[in-house]
Ligand binder design. Structure first.
Ligand code: SF4
Length: 704
């Protein structure tokens, strides 16, 4: 605690928005936060912050906060305020009634990035130990689950390879399907600084993001591909590197699995994978692909001889939210291994996590098939460790993913949901499908700070605590675990971890944690990659990066896979391009893709309730001048957007940032209904929705 004289005090905590995880000093006067100042010693941000984080405290005390538990028998009934005891007793009794009637597997839970690590851990423990099944999933299902799968398959662990600082050593930066200056602004600034210092830039994106052309920065290559063709592009880049002989053969021989490499090499060298053959699919001129491949593999023409080129890949949801999201992650991993770009400063494969603790929620076992630390639930040795510590037998069967929960609800076999901090109605694709599933459930429990869109379908509302009202930890995109510190008392009387604990006890499964530090001690005892993590150490060092245990530095691991990959030998995987089902037709002739703006965060539930909330007041549809002219659409017109799933209305923004045949919108405002039009298509391996490609028609409103 830093004393501010008689006026108040301040406390160091971590931003609750994006995956950069900036450290902040929250300054208090009495019980009120009055300012958030970026923490100069914060290892993720080094004293910098963006507009979202600076104003984040505003939503914590917004008048829309709900501070009393509420229940109702039917979703058409009005809410009735009750005390905590009645709310918890009612919820436990409803879940037990549902399980008695529909079976043990008829209930489940969802964690989110709004949860601290400790809270996510408790929710999955509640589901596994008190509900008795593995029906737990997390918000990562709809964003970076393909990262978990793809990097797990190729490298052996589900996380980015670098620390943010590593970019200071990069010669070439390849950005794929990410818009760092809008979605990860503090890291975006760090990237710009490196680019201004001379690093080369390749951008693969259907849209001209700010980095492509901004003051003092020009991308050396912008591969402006058609949405849905990432895998064709990454395979074409690999084709050039293999056929031109630009492979890092010594690295491959020493570090990678020989058999999988030989198969991959033979595959990518085939003529059908050349940039010329792929041009018809991607829409990108072959010479640009060849030039970009050369730059990534060999660096700039004037790169000093004798020093390896450090080429780093940064990617975002434009990679993962596709029907081939997992395939693309593996394609990226292949490319980095083939050129020797894993395991040292300045290189690597770096997923830019969209949310503050999406990494942590995955690490903590919030997936239906994995216990904390990414260990499969079917592994009897691992299960036995948790069974011993938790005092219950665990089911070896993976549980339901979020989309499977919806399907089971519509089939009448999944009837009770405990949802902590995730607004699934606004976040998940095909809203109509989601609301139909929720409407079919007998008890939906929403634990949140606001009455979000999902709460409209809830029977129990348990008021949550903002990041300023609880202790815990968040893990950012560089695996950095930082403290979240309580600076004000929970407005509703309980932090979220306490509510989960109350519910577990009411269900007959005892939990008795006095403070989140005790939960972290349990996590460390049961999770090898967290074995050296403790609150005392984080308080002393500022943060630590997992893996953090006896085999690492005291502060953990800044660069992964230095001498060997976590899985041993790096594994190449064949990445065959398969066209998405979202094809353009005469009825739906355009492809819609989505992204973010700087001042808003995700569905806007928090940022719309802060002082920067009005800087942009609506989502807009970007459309190329040719497509606009064809339809008689002018700047600022209202336009109707129709897809196979539904329709919505947005205001048009006519711009050459987007290519002809493609339209683009953001998804920060509930009125825009971006997810009313996204479809059920999803990644083949993880069910991550294909948000980034939806075939649509766009017409002036009068013609819809
Ligand atoms: Fe930092 Fe992201 Fe928060 Fe901005 S939103 S302050 S970049 S963590």
């Amino acid at each position: 605690v830093i004393e501010l004289g008689q006026a108040g005090h301040s406390e160091i905590t971590t931003c609750a928005y994006c995956g950069v995880g900036c450290g902040f000093k929250a300054e208090m006067k009495g019980e009120q936060v009055v300012r958030m100042v970026p923490w100069k010693d914060g290892q993720a941000n080094e004293g910098h912050a963006c507009v979202k984080g600076r104003f984040a405290w505003g939503y914590a005390t917004h008048r829309d906060r709900i501070t009393k538990p509420m229940i109702r028998a039917k979703i058409t009934d009005p809410w009735r305020e009750v005390g905590w005891e009645e709310a918890i007793r009612h919820t436990a009794s409803e879940f037990r009634r549902i399980q008695a009637r529909h079976g043990k597997d008829s209930v489940g839970g969802i964690t989110s990035s709004r949860c601290t690590n400790e809270e996510a851990y408790l929710v999955q423990k509640l589901v596994r130990a008190a509900f008795g099944n593995n029906n737990v999933d997390t918000c990562a299902r709809v964003c970076h689950s393909p990262t978990g799968y793809g990097l797990g398959q190729t490298y052996g662990t589900s996380a980015g390879t670098q620390t943010f600082k590593s970019i200071e050593h990069s010669d070439v930066i390849l950005v794929i399907g990410a818009n760092p200056t809008a979605a990860h602004p503090v890291f975006g600034s760090r990237m710009k600084k490196r680019l201004r210092a001379g690093a080369k830039l390749i951008v693969i994106d259907p849209r001209e993001i700010e980095l492509v052309k901004s003051p003092h920065i020009r991308a050396d290559y912008h591969l402006q591909l058609r949405p849905g063709t990432n895998v064709a592009m990454i395979t074409a880049l690999a084709h050039v590197i293999v056929t031109e002989g630009w492979l890092a053969q010594d690295y491959i021989d020493q570090r990678c699995d020989a058999k999988s490499f030989a198969q991959w090499q033979e595959f990518v060298a085939r003529p059908e994978n050349s940039p010329e053959a792929m041009a018809e699919i991607t829409g990108v001129a072959p010479e640009l692909v060849r030039g970009a491949a050369r730059l990534y593999a060999l660096g700039a023409e004037d790169h000093p001889e004798g020093r390896p080129v450090n080429a780093a890949i940064y990617y975002g949801l434009g990679v993962t939210e596709h029907a081939q999201g997992s395939t693309m992650v593996m394609g990226i991993a292949n490319l980095a291994m083939a050129t020797g770009n894993v395991g040292r400063e300045g290189v690597g494969v770096n997923p830019l996590r969209g949310q503050n603790n999406v990494q942590g929620s995955c690490d903590m076992g919030s997936f239906p098939h994995e216990l904390p630390g990414y260990r499969h639930i079917s592994d009897s040795t691992v299960r036995a460790e948790f069974e011993g510590a938790w005092g219950v037998a665990l089911s070896p069967e993976p549980g339901l993913r979020i989309p499977n929960m919806f399907e089971a609800a519509l089939a009448g076999s999944f009837m009770g949901l405990y949802c902590e901090g995730e607004d699934i109605v606004q976040s998940d694709p095909n809203t109509q499908h989601v609301t139909a599933a929720l409407s079919n459930m007998e008890c939906v429990v929403v634990q949140d700070i606001f009455l979000n869109e999902t709460a409209k379908y809830a029977h129990v509302f348990l008021p949550g605590a903002s990041f300023l009202e609880k202790d815990g930890t968040f893990t950012n995109a560089e695996r950095r675990i930082s403290r979240v510190r309580k600076v004000m008392a929970p407005l509703a009387g309980h932090a979220d971890w306490e509510v989960t604990q109350l519910l577990a006890n009411a269900l007959g499964y005892p939990m008795a944690y006095a403070h989140p530090r005790e939960i972290m001690a349990e996590i460390a005892a049961l999770t090898p990659s967290f074995a050296g993590v403790s609150y005392d150490k984080i308080d002393r060092l500022g943060s630590v990066q997992w893996p953090c245990n006896d085999g690492t530095d005291e502060a953990g691991t800044s660069i992964m896979h230095v001498d060997r990959f976590v899985r041993g030998k790096g594994r190449f995987i064949i990445t065959k391009y398969v066209a998405t089902d979202e094809k353009v037709t005469q009825r739906f002739p355009l492809l819609l893709t989505t992204g973010r703006i700087l001042s808003q965060y995700n569905v806007g539930a928090q940022t719309r309730r802060t002082h920067n909330g009005h800087w942009h007041s609506e989502d807009k549809l970007e459309i190329h001048p040719h497509d606009a002219e064809d339809r008689g659409i002018r700047e600022g017109d209202w336009v109707g957007i129709q897809s196979r799933a539904g329709e919505t209305v947005l205001r048009a923004c006519v711009t050459e940032r987007i290519q002809p045949g493609v339209v683009y919108t953001t998804f920060h405002f509930p009125e825009s209904g971006a997810n009313v039009i996204t479809t059920d298509s999803s990644d083949w391996a993880t069910n991550c929705p294909e948000y980034k490609v939806t075939a649509v028609q766009v017409l002036p409103v009068a013609q819809v």
